[in-house]
Design a protein. Structure first.
Ligand SMILES: Cc1ncc(COP(=O)(O)O)c(C=O)c1O
Length: 314
């Protein structure tokens, strides 16, 4: 089937009067599914707009959205093509940050805890080996005692809670469930480079919000919400790289601004209790819209790679 027919029938199937975002999202999904492989030549703006009965501006906007997230590229007069992915799974920015840090006495940018300060997990791991904690694959994925402990200190009542392989794993899993190619996502500016790598790999449009000493600047968030982002990622304390902690009044203010939107809040409490700042979660005000991640890598060691993630359910 010609690419033009393939795209227009799919777009019209999904929406009668497609907007630029709908066109971009549909094409994004077709690229993700491999239905439009790399190097596929896309129809011209004029051809597609005629076929969809929308204005050329709408298709141009869709093209801009897709090229902004690296999904397509225009090769001069030769036309517009599906692009080679920018390297799935490659932590580009993080490598750049950590390359060349060997001249530093202590490199804090990696966020790696000092091994001398970590507790000796040996006796505890030996105990795991001796005991059988689960009797079946069908048991609850979180040991009831652990769940009880986590719930007792969770900043809000989560709809569901589980344990994964570290905060990065949690961010990755949550992002892959809630985000689609072309989605807009709000992050703190500056933020943790691997999060940007992840969002870029998913083809999201990243909107950075400046921070002051209490976290995201409220006016910046308010303005960015006009772009209808799908999610807001933030670190409630020991923000990497600034060290900033969100205080209670800022968290409440940000929650009020977010209230009328449909954006999900994804919080990365990567430092957990090694941070001296009290934990404040937007989940206290937006419990049904927040996913809170608590890592134990900094307190127990990155090789343990354990994090709890709890918040909104399915
Ligand atoms: C902000 C932030 N999130 C996530 C992580 C990774 O955490 P984990 O080891 O639990 O995957 C780090 C590690 O430094 C971090 O700084």
């Amino acid at each position: 089937m010609p690419v033009l027919t393939q795209i227009s029938s799919r777009v019209l199937n999904e929406s009668d009067t497609p907007t630029a975002k709908a066109i971009a999202s549909t094409i994004g999904r077709m690229i993700t599914a491999g239905e439009l492989p790399v190097d596929t030549k896309l129809p011209t703006v004029r051809q597609l707009s005629r076929s969809l009965a929308v204005s050329p501006t709408t298709v141009s906007e869709a093209w801009q959205g897709l090229s902004a997230v690296g999904a397509i590229e225009t090769r001069g007069r030769n036309g517009t093509y599906v692009r080679v992915p920018s390297g799935r799974g490659s932590p580009r920015r993080y490598r750049r940050v950590t390359a060349g840090s060997s001249h530093l006495a202590i490199d804090l940018s990696t966020g790696t805890p000092d091994p001398d300060l970590l507790p000796d997990l040996g006796p505890h791991i030996a105990r795991v080996g001796r005991n059988s904690f689960t009797s079946s694959y069908l048991d609850s994925p979180v040991l009831p005692e652990l769940e009880e402990l986590l719930l007792a200190s969770w900043p809000f009542e989560p709809e569901s809670l589980t344990v994964v392989d570290g905060a990065m794993d949690a961010l990755d899993r949550v992002a892959r469930v809630v985000l689609r190619l072309g989605d807009r996502v709000i992050v703190e500016h500056p933020c943790f480079p691997p999060l940007l790598d992840l969002l870029e790999q998913l083809g999201c449009e990243i909107i950075g919000i400046d921070m002051d000493e209490n976290g995201m600047v409220p006016d910046g968030l308010r303005t960015a919400l006009e772009q209808r982002p799908t999610a807001v990622f933030l670190q409630p304390r020991a923000q990497n790289p600034t060290g900033i902690a969100i205080n209670e009044s800022r968290a409440k203010h940000l929650s009020e601004i977010l209230e009328p939107s449909s954006a999900l809040v994804i919080e990365d409490d990567h430092a957990n209790d090694i941070s001296a700042a009290p934990l404040v979660s937007l989940g206290s005000w937006l419990p049904h819209r927040t996913v809170h991640i608590r890592s134990h890598s900094k307190s127990h060691g990155p090789d343990l790679r354990l994090a709890a993630v709890g918040g909104l359910g399915d």
